[in-house]
Design a protein around this ligand. Structure first.
Ligand code: NAD
Length: 279
């Protein structure tokens, strides 16, 4: 059994990004929009800021109050679309319920949509065209490639169907010629389906939900879940790591697996956006 080291892969990607940046004629710029006071969002934005600083990417944060109107949010996105110093725009979710997040994503210029959530980029991903794919699933693909995990012809089961993780993950695996099954909260016989998987990607947000009796011997298990244990600083994934790892050929830990790659893939997408705009 091999533990897939997300920090190792992200460090390697970081070096590749630095080399690419040397070939650019300008400094790439990322603009992040954060609405309200969601505590987890503050942490995620801080981590993105720190990584931009380390790489020399210009970072600007636009913090809007949770009383902001849809019109004001859309106006800010339109201004950033027009701003030549900005290569990538990221709207940090969640945003307050009175705002229409789909309209906001749709307003982000597809050329600057480094999170890959605009309908144009989603459509391009589905049609296997070059696009910005969402960072978490794209980072997972890079990790699997780095560890030479065979995807073509394998049965990949994705558990979770969110726009951010599950759906784009399934598309990327399909584009890499896996046979893909998507499971979700209404799936019947989940255990029987997961047991037939060569590759399992779990993104449901339920601590230690996947147990060893659900996993086929030799399967590859990717755990996307981030679950905070109440009254402690401990974070666990959606997989019961200690027991499941004995049955796997490869497994990602939490923390130290998918998480570090998500941020690095965002950085990579920002540099790609800058390269595209220079052409
Ligand atoms: P979400 O809440 O939007 O979606 C959860 C999905 O899980 C839904 O599609 C639902 O149908 C499915 N689900 C829920 N209960 C289920 C069950 N019992 N059986 C089968 N399917 C079930 O969540 P999300 O945004 O996709 O995030 C999922 C998890 O991944 C969360 O823990 C989140 O914190 C984490 N996450 C991690 C990263 C990272 O970089 N590591 C990035 C994004 C999300």
């Amino acid at each position: 059994m091999t533990i897939i080291d997300g920090k190792y892969v992200s460090d390697k990607c970081k070096e590749e990004i630095k080399i690419k940046m040397r070939g650019l004629s300008k400094t790439p710029g990322l603009a992040v929009i954060r609405v309200g006071e969601d505590e987890a969002s503050k942490i995620y934005v801080r981590l993105k800021h720190k990584m931009c600083e380390e790489l020399g990417i210009n970072f600007t944060e636009h913090h809007l109050p949770d009383t902001v109107s849809q019109e004001e949010l859309i106006k800010l996105i339109q201004e950033l679309n027009e701003d030549d110093t900005v290569d990538g725009i990221l709207l940090q979710s969640p945003i307050p319920y009175h705002l229409n997040i789909l309209e906001a994503f749709q307003t982000i210029s597809p050329q600057k949509d480094v999170d890959g959530f605009s309908p144009i980029n989603v459509g391009k991903l589905v049609q296997k065209q070059d696009s910005f794919a969402p960072c978490t699933p794209l980072g997972i693909m890079k990790m699997l490639q780095e560890y030479d995990v065979q995807i073509e012809g394998k049965h990949a089961v994705v558990i979770g169907r969110s726009n951010i993780v599950g759906r784009p993950m399934a598309e990327l695996l399909l584009n890499a010629n896996a046979t893909v099954t998507i499971c979700h909260s209404k799936t019947e016989n989940l255990k029987e389906i997961v047991k037939t998987a060569d590759i399992v990607v779990v993104a449901i947000g339920k601590p230690k939900f996947i147990t060893e009796d659900m996993i086929q011997e030799g399967a590859v298990v990717v755990d996307v879940g981030i679950n905070r244990i109440p009254d402690s600083k401990k974070i666990v994934g959606d997989v019961d790591f200690d027991n499941v790892k004995e049955k796997c050929s490869y497994i990602t830990p939490v923390p130290g697996g998918v998480g570090p790659m998500t941020i690095m893939t965002l950085m990579s997408n920002v540099v790609k956006a800058c390269e595209n705009r220079e052409r």
